[in-house]
Structures are given as structure tokens and as C-alpha cells.
Write a protein that binds this ligand. Structure first.
Ligand code: NAD
Length: 283
């Protein structure tokens, strides 16, 4: 089985590492922040235990998962033997490019580079390193162990071999894929950001309460989650960055709702901070 390194152990990196390790890959999870790595380990171990209690995983699966997965602050150590690197750091192009430039120096020339970006351009990342044909976006969904899809986004110079390689990896993770020709926001983020933004504007206009907006979308439009609850799960800081990028690249209809900007300024980032459009504090 190929070796996978996951860079960034936040909401998405920890979910990708969970699924990759349980699928039998040897996985290293890297972050620059010790606290984030510690929380990621706790999250993954707790989720494995819950899955065992619900009968989705056996004790043996979990023991293998634990053997397959290591956590480290040392980037070089994590990526030196990797066949595939999946980047899940902040949705800021300058940060992603810096990470890939380092990876370009540390990894073997044959290593494939995938970004879990929700909106941005694998072409732009590829243009800043020596292997644009090996750069692709693999857009996983949250929570990774429950969501079936990975969007596979082909940049201008991404080779067909790279597309086939990551599609094969997705299959081994028991995920479905769709192939997308790069365009800002791909299929799902472009759609989802608009729905979420409209819900935020309605809340700001006093059309209905957050609870009733979500209830209407779930029961009337048959969405499994309400758009405000979903934005809280994504993280309002991450969603705002997605909206800002789409506003910059696709124009006016993606202008972020003033309400999300206000919430992010207040530090109300959703589930990860205990409050967003809804309250998640335990007390
Ligand atoms: P997050 O803020 O939860 O986590 C980001 C992590 O990256 C943090 O732990 C941070 O310490 C780490 N980091 C920052 N710079 C780093 C570096 N140079 N090297 C190593 N680690 C570094 O973010 P997230 O929600 O997990 O989003 C990560 C990516 O996944 C973004 O591109 C986002 O758009 C995308 N994405 C997010 C979701 C979602 O629901 N949150 C869904 C799909 C895709």
C-alpha cells in the first residue's frame, strides 16, 4: 500500500488521516502546532471508539489503524518516504504555496501532491514548483469518515496518470469520485457557498430564526443538514475564506454576507469554538 503524508491536522487533516489509516495506508499526520496534533489524536481515537461501539469497525480494524498512523511536528520525517502528500492547511494560497515549495524539496520526484482546497487552483500551486503534472486537488468532505465523495480537480498541467493515481487511492478509501476541470469552487463549494450565504443574509434580514431557516431547508428541500448548521461544522473562518476567494474570482454574487464577517471577528467560528449560528457549549 502507498504511504500517505497529511499536512495540517485541523478539521479536515485529522479526518483524512483517520480514513487513510483505517483503509490500510501507512500515514503520517503533520502540523506546525503541537496542540492541534494532540487534539487530532484524541479526535481520531475517540471517533474510532464510537465507530466500534456502533458496529462499523472492529477492535482489529482499530488496532491496525493505530499501527498505521503516526503524528509528528517534523515535516521532513513525515514526507521523506511518502508516495502521496495530501495538504489540508489554511485556505490561503500563499500558505499553501509555501508548504508545497518545501515539499518539492523534501519529497522524492515521484511523489504526487494533492491539495484538499475547497475552492482554489491546483494550476497556481503547480506553477510555483517543479512538478505541475503531479499536482491535483482532492476535495474531501466533512466529516471525512461519513461523506462518500471526493471531488478530483485537474489543473491545466495535471497529467492523466496523476488523475488515475488519486482516483485509485480514493477507491481504496471506499470513496466515490467526480472529475472536475479546474474552475473556482469546483462543483460543490460553488453551490454550497451560495446556499449558505443566502441563509446568512436571511438571518440578518430577520426573515426567520436560524433554527427555522435550517428546518425549512431540511424538511422542505430535503437537505440532510441545514445551511447554517453546515457552515458551523465547516468553521466560519474557513467558510469566509472560501467566500472571499469566490467573490474575488467569480464576482458579486459571492460577496460574503456581513453576518459571517461579524461572527468571525467575534471569534464565533462554529462547532470548533463552541458557538456559531448555534451554541455547542457543553454546559
Ligand atoms: P483548520 O483551520 O481546521 O486546520 C488547519 C490546520 O493547518 C491547523 O491545525 C494549522 O495548525 C495547520 N497548519 C497551518 N499552517 C501549516 C503548515 N505550514 N504546516 C502544517 N500545518 C499547518 O482548517 P480545515 O477546516 O481543516 O481546512 C483545511 C483545508 O481543507 C482548507 O483548504 C479548507 O478550505 C479545506 N476544506 C475544509 C472543509 C471543512 O469542512 N472545514 C471541507 C473541505 C475542504
Amino acid at each position: 500500500m502507498p504511504k500517505i503524508a497529511v499536512i495540517g491536522s485541523g478539521t479536515m487533516g485529522r479526518g483524512i488521516a483517520y480514513v487513510a489509516a483505517i483503509s490500510g495506508f501507512t500515514v503520517t499526520l503533520n502540523d506546525i502546532n503541537q496542540e492541534s496534533l494532540k487534539n487530532a489524536k484524541k479526535y481520531i481515537y475517540d471517533e474510532w471508539e464510537k465507530s466500534e461501539q456502533r458496529g462499523f469497525l472492529t477492535k482489529e480494524d482499530i488496532n491496525k489503524g493505530k499501527d498505521n498512523l503516526t503524528f509528528s511536528l517534523e515535516l521532513e520525517e513525515c514526507v521523506k518516504d511518502a508516495d502521496l502528500v495530501i495538504e489540508a492547511v489554511l485556505e490561503v494560497m500563499e500558505v499553501k504555496i509555501k508548504v508545497f515549495q518545501k515539499l518539492d524539496q523534501l519529497c522524492s520526484p515521484s511523489t504526487i501532491f494533492a491539495s484538499n482546497t475547497s475552492t482554489m487552483s491546483p494550476t497556481e500551486i503547480g506553477a510555483h514548483i517543479s512538478r505541475p503534472e503531479k499536482v491535483i486537488a482532492m476535495h474531501f468532505f466533512n466529516p471525512v469518515h461519513k461523506m462518500k465523495l471526493i471531488e478530483v480537480i485537474k489543473g491545466l498541467d495535471t497529467s492523466q496518470e496523476t488523475v488515475e493515481y488519486v482516483t485509485g487511492i480514493a477507491k481504496l478509501m471506499k470513496k466515490e469520485t467526480v472529475e472536475v476541470n479546474e474552475f473556482p469552487g469546483f462543483i460543490t463549494s460553488r453551490m454550497n457557498c451560495l446556499i449558505g450565504n443566502e441563509a446568512m443574509n436571511m438571518l440578518m434580514e430577520g426573515v426567520a430564526t436560524a433554527k427555522d431557516i435550517d428546518k425549512a431547508v431540511k424538511l422542505g428541500l430535503n437537505h440532510p443538514m441545514g445551511p447554517l448548521e453546515l457552515a458551523d461544522l465547516v468553521g466560519l473562518d474557513t467558510r469566509l475564506r472560501n467566500m472571499e476567494y469566490l467573490y474575488q474570482t467569480l464576482g458579486e454574487k459571492y460577496r460574503p454576507s456581513p453576518l459571517i464577517t461579524k461572527y468571525v471577528k467575534a471569534g464565533r467560528l462554529g462547532v470548533k469554538t463552541g458557538a456559531g449560528f448555534f451554541n455547542y457549549s457543553k454546559s
